[in-house]
Design a protein. Structure first.
Length: 732
């Protein structure tokens, strides 16, 4: 699996294994220092440390851009708006992501003095940016991630928090709300809340109603994410230099400064993320003891490496280069945290784990700072250090950040970030030479433990894990086994927050983590999580309620006065469609059968009643057939079952408009007709004009933005990011 990912994303021409990647990277970072090259090559080859993906990909290449993400500023005028748009496009082209706080734009309906008109507002301009990301994404190895942030007191905040509840809107953005202590206190007291722009109050609303609206959107859509403004800035050493921090990178683990000085030639430029992660699972010896001395040694090497990346990096914008080198922030983080606990024999959500976590991250922070101070003495402190609030000079303004490590964890064969394992048994799908391959993967620690402790029950335990996604209800295991091998969904959301909060006490930047909740979680749970996160000292977090994206029906923004002959489904990925329109006794029925490019084998079915009919049942039938197809059951089986269903309304109307004797029968007909049309197209080698994405919709559909664009599997929400077991990730 790692080899597939390396071939797809990391190998440069002539490279045949990961050793080649390591040599290329360290030579680029340390061209003149063989001793450091040797030390870091050994560190990376042993998978004890890996830098972020752009460093692995672009070192030694013409691109030379080694940073994961960047911040940009924006001002309330057309020149700035489109300058920032251009700069963001250049960053996406280089393979990076962008964070922008849009609160500096006037709200919708505000007067524009220069034209005597009114502003179209924040969301409309974000849609322009969203279209740009959609256009530019094909130029990079991965689509450029973007985050849009809005302050809690901006006049458009009510529309912003629900903006992604409209299917397809801002689909290339993560969105987050920047919440203040003042707002949280207003919620607690039931006080009014004032929305304002440029110091002027525009509207008074109920703080609790806005808080509830945020919670409802999180429950429905897993967005917006939450950022805590005052907690972020209470630990901001650059506040006297760059002012308040109000921007983060797309996954939220790096708080980033922005130059907001109109007199500066670098105005609206921002800092960058230069990240790397230590694999904690590598520091446990055969007796289950954590090897702190080796860990401390490697922290020094990692800090040196990331600091050197700042100097050899090729930045997409001059303003970003200036600010990055002015503050020299790095983001050393971790991966393999849960695997480490399993090796030690500690349950993820136990008091023993919390105690050990505090010790571990205190060592990580203090050793990183100590090494930064040492580098400052050798090479000089970061240029604006004397203006900062730091009590001792050092090389880097920030040293720690826990980033998403989806692909890096796959390469290192360990758990991601500080997240609990999502599962211990799963099927991976890979595509090689155009052919999809599916195979069973068992977590190596789970495999070795169960084979050792329960050898006679091993196969049954693996099957149970695969079937239920948990072993908490497995009768073959005792409580110790179950506690050790909890998954993300087995752990209460309060324990997710507690784990993040303990690490956050020592992480001077921030942490990308998902607070997982069960499908049964309520809107009140979302509210409680926001309060708990605030009181626990988090700088930010995001919530994912199981099923909150793929199971919910959302309204589209298309007009309902649409031509009946237009095709009624938005396509979640690159799929060719065949659409059949038929009449039932209750109205018009659409059946759309989706095929992967170049194939006549159906992979998904959408069913919609345009005029009358039981929408919920039809939606369910489409989902069920799609699941059958994706599990390898032939369409003939599904169609045979549909042909056996009779409906009195249709049977009694066969001489009228009804074209079949039940909706199920019509769906079967539609699938078979669609396949025939598809086969005819392939035979005739005619270009298919029906495989068009983002078709306007006249009605509600289910959300499908959690589909992996590489393999078509459902994405996993972890590390505050979306990733897939095939190696795809929205983050870097």
């Amino acid at each position: 699996m790692a080899e597939d990912v390396l071939k797809k994303r990391y190998y440069q021409p002539g490279e045949v294994d990961f050793d080649d990647v390591c040599k290329r990277v360290v030579y680029h970072v340390y061209p003149q220092d063989k001793s450091k090259r040797d030390a870091c090559t050994e560190l990376m080859k042993d998978m004890r440390f890996l830098p972020n993906s752009p460093t692995l990909m672009n070192s030694g290449t013409d691109i030379g851009q080694l940073s994961a993400c960047f911040a940009l500023g924006i001002e309330d005028n057309m020149v700035s708006i489109f300058d920032t748009l251009k700069n963001a496009a250049l960053i996406f082209k280089s393979g990076g992501g962008v964070g922008i706080n849009f609160s500096y734009l006037r709200p919708k309906g505000s007067s524009v003095g220069s034209t005597l008109g009114t502003s179209s507002g924040v969301i409309s301009f974000m849609q322009v940016y969203n279209s740009m990301v959609e256009t530019v994404k094909s130029g990079a190895v991965r689509r450029g991630a973007a985050i849009g942030i809005l302050n809690i007191d901006h006049p458009e905040i009510e529309d912003f928090v629900t903006s992604k509840n409209v299917e397809g809107q801002l689909s290339n953005f993560n969105i987050s709300v920047l919440i203040t202590d003042q707002f949280m206190r207003a919620v607690e007291l039931g006080d009014p809340w004032y929305l304002k722009f440029d110091g002027k109050v525009c509207k008074e609303i109920d703080a609790r109603q806005l808080f509830g609206k945020i919670a409802e959107s999180m429950w429905t859509r897993a967005e917006p994410g939450i950022l805590y403004h005052d907690i972020i800035n209470s630990e901001n050493p650059l506040i006297n230099v760059y002012g308040l921090i109000d921007t983060v990178n797309p996954c939220g683990e790096k708080t980033l400064v922005v130059m907001r000085n109109k007199e500066s030639e670098y105005n609206s430029g921002g800092s960058s993320c230069n990240l790397g992660s230590l694999n904690l699972s590598k520091y446990v010896d055969k007796d289950g003891k954590f090897m702190f001395e080796i860990f401390k040694h490697d922290i020094k090497l990692a800090v040196q490496f990331l600091d050197s990346v700042i100097d050899v990096n090729k930045y997409p914008l001059e303003s970003i280069e200036y600010i990055t080198k002015d503050i020299r922030e790095i983001g050393l983080g971790v991966m393999g945290y849960h695997d480490m606990l399993i090796k030690i024999g500690i349950s993820y959500d136990s008091e023993q784990a919390y105690k050990f976590e505090s010790e571990l991250f205190s060592v990580l922070y203090m050793e990183a700072v100590k090494e930064s101070e040492h580098l400052g003495g050798v090479y000089g402190s970061f240029p604006c250090c004397d203006k900062s609030s730091l009590t001792s000079p050092r090389r880097n303004s920030f040293v720690l950040a826990i980033a998403p490590t989806g692909t890096l964890s796959l390469l290192a064969n360990c758990s991601s970030g500080i997240e609990p394992n999502f599962s211990y048994v799963y099927d991976r799908t890979t595509t090689s030479s155009g052919e999809k391959k599916k195979y069973r993967e068992v977590h190596p620690l789970f495999e070795s433990y169960m084979q050792s402790v329960h050898p006679n029950r091993y196969d049954a335990i693996v099957e149970h894990m695969m079937r239920f996604g948990t072993v908490q209800n497995c009768s073959y295991l005792n409580d110790d086994d179950k506690n050790l091998f909890k998954t993300a969904k087995d752990i209460h959301w309060k324990d997710h927050i507690k784990t993040q909060s303990i690490a956050q006490r020592w992480v001077d930047s921030s942490i990308s983590k998902t607070i997982n909740m069960s499908n049964s979680a309520t809107v009140e749970d979302m509210k409680s999580a926001m309060v708990e996160g605030w009181k626990s000292g988090l700088k930010g977090f995001c919530v994912y309620r199981e099923g909150s994206r793929s199971d919910v029906v959302l309204e589209t923004n298309a007009t309902k006065q649409i031509d009946e002959k237009k095709e009624p489904i938005t396509i979640p990925r690159e799929i060719d469609l065949k659409s059949i329109r038929m009449n039932s006794a209750c109205g018009v029925l659409w059946v759309q059968t989706g095929f992967d490019k170049g194939s006549s084998k159906p992979v998904e079915v959408w069913v919609k009643a345009e005029k009358g009919g039981c929408e919920g049942n039809l939606n369910y039938i489409g989902r069920l057939i799609s699941k059958m197809l994706q599990e390898g059951i032939s369409h003939e089986v599904a169609c045979r079952q549909g042909d056996k269903v009779f409906c009195s309304a249709c049977v009694n109307n066969l001489k009228g408009e009804a074209e079949g004797y039940s909706c199920a029968n019509l769906i079967s007909k539609g699938i078979k007709e669609g396949i025939k049309k598809r086969e005819d197209d392939i035979t005739d080698t005619k270009p298919n004009q029906e495989g068009i994405e983002n078709i306007s919709l006249p009605f509600s559909v289910r959300v499908e933005d959690d589909i992996c664009p590489d393999c078509g599997a459902k994405l996993i929400h972890t590390d505050g990011c979306k990733s897939c077991t095939c190696g795809y990730t929205r983050c870097r």
